[in-house]
Design a protein. Structure first.
Length: 462
């Protein structure tokens, strides 16, 4: 596939579930493709595509996905944002599919699953940075997030999956550092594509950050974005912004009007994660050409049209925990609560049915990004500032510490209430290089009405 600057933006190819089953095969294999006008030899891609199939499923569907590994490195799959079982053939990041092996994922999506934009990517520690930054990431859409709004039924849908690619000697950099230029930031694998809109036409943009390490800070000359869903969670009201900041792993689903006739640029601004963190320049992402007969604008749905969400602040809190994200004196070692990741022990045991308050401190003078598997959380406070309740997240930025003695503090409420999440899963920094270098921990959810299982607990490193 030859990619040239300015070609029309297209949605990714897709596989749609049929009769309640998503049946698909993803084969991990080498491929040589042109990305941003450069021939690149990829050591591993899904089905030989830099933008693999977008998977579309419905709540209540069953996922039967065969993963074949014909590449050299072991791998697996994580269904980012899914509230499904972490055990056995479900969203189980503790399995390893070695070269020449296959694994059959087979699990149900709960009928009450939230609807929106999700994604899939490898989670075979410590190879995530190599594999995700090398192109192994694809989108998933669950259900119809616009169903509560009949007036939006026929508006155009744009799926925009953002990736950045660093290369050396015609191949992806094996373990890319977040800092520095990335001249190959793409949308659906397309480099600086064009999008045509009609003035006044309301469109639905589904934007996902599938880069390993970098933040995106998107704006379009003051154009308003009406955010209706975050991280696969429909909000309880629309929120209006002119800049979208997407940390690694996050998604924003927004309504956008076609601007007055003319040419506009969707720019990704330069970004810094803090004095001890990463700096990278900006880049043009998309050119929007607005032309044609103006369309009578469809009104943005009011807050009253959005389904109401339970505010976790109004219920009981079973336990308070403090979680500390920290850099170390070594540049390639990161800790959570004083230790690096170990897959062979459990850091936290949680009772099913509990809602917990986690106070997450970041002692580093660089941002980190908190993500937890299997569920979503409510952000209630950032550095002492109460946060409005618009909905739930599965990713939140931990701002850089103000100084060595003054960490940043983010407080979240986490509902460990859905029986489907029983088992072991992880939380980690979603700046993937940090995760690979130790910034991940294991949590196990147990049923308190049954005998406690034998659990090997981790010990904090001095």
């Amino acid at each position: 596939m030859t990619v040239t600057v300015g070609q029309p933006l297209q949605n990714p190819p897709q596989i749609v579930s049929k009769q309640g089953v998503l049946s698909a095969t993803l084969t991990v294999e080498p491929a040589q493709l042109s990305v941003a006008g450069q021939q690149v030899l990829f050591t591993a891609l899904y089905n030989g595509l830099y933008t693999p199939p977008l998977l579309r499923v419905m709540p209540g569907d069953r996922v039967t996905l065969l993963l074949n590994n014909f590449a050299q490195l072991p791998t697996n799959l994580h269904y980012h944002g899914f509230n499904v079982t972490p055990r056995s053939t479900g969203d189980n990041i503790f399995i390893s599919v070695d070269m020449g092996d296959s694994f059959q994922y087979d699990f149900p999506i709960p009928k009450n699953h939230r609807q929106g934009l999700y994604w899939y990517h490898p989670h075979r520690d410590p190879l995530l940075n190599t594999q995700i930054s090398g192109g192994m990431a694809g989108g998933i859409i669950i259900g119809d997030v616009l169903a509560p709004f009949p007036s939006l039924k026929t508006i155009p849908e744009r799926v925009m999956l953002l990736k950045d690619l660093k290369t050396a000697n015609g191949m992806p950099v094996e373990d890319p550092d977040p800092s520095g230029p990335t001249t190959k930031r793409t949308i659906n694998g397309l480099y600086k594509p064009q999008l045509q809109m009609r003035p006044g036409q309301l469109e639905f943009w589904r934007i996902g950050n599938q880069s390993s390490n970098i933040f995106y800070k998107l704006s379009m000359g003051g154009q308003k974005f009406y955010v209706i869903a975050t991280d696969g969670n429909l909000q309880n009201r629309p929120t209006t912004v002119t800049t979208l900041i997407l940390p690694p792993g996050s998604r924003r689903e927004v309504l956008v009007y076609g601007p007055p006739a003319g040419t506009y640029q969707l720019q990704d601004a330069a970004f810094s994660t803090g004095p001890a963190g990463d700096q990278y320049p900006g880049q043009l992402m998309l050119t929007v050409i607005s032309k044609g007969t103006p369309v009578t604008p469809i009104p943005i749905p009011p807050a009253t049209a959005f389904p109401k969400l339970p505010d976790l602040r109004k219920g009981p809190i079973a336990k308070n925990r403090t979680i500390v994200f920290a850099d170390t004196v070594l540049p390639d070692l990161f800790y959570i609560n004083g230790k690096p990741y170990s897959p062979n022990c459990v850091d936290s045991v949680v009772n099913l049915g509990d809602v917990e308050r986690w106070t997450i401190k970041n002692t580093a003078q660089e941002a980190h990004v908190f993500h937890i598997h299997q569920l979503d959380f409510q952000v209630i406070d950032i550095n002492g500032q109460p946060q409005p309740f618009n909905g739930y997240n599965d990713v939140v930025t931990l701002p850089a510490a103000a100084s060595d003695s003054k960490p940043s503090v983010v407080t979240v409420l986490i509902p460990f209430t859905d029986p489907v999440i029983l088992g072991k899963f992880v939380y980690h920094c979603h700046i993937i290089q940090h995760e690979d270098q130790g910034m991940m921990s294991v949590v196990q959810v147990i049923d308190p009405s049954k005998p406690r299982p034998d659990i090997k607990m981790c010990h904090t490193t001095p």
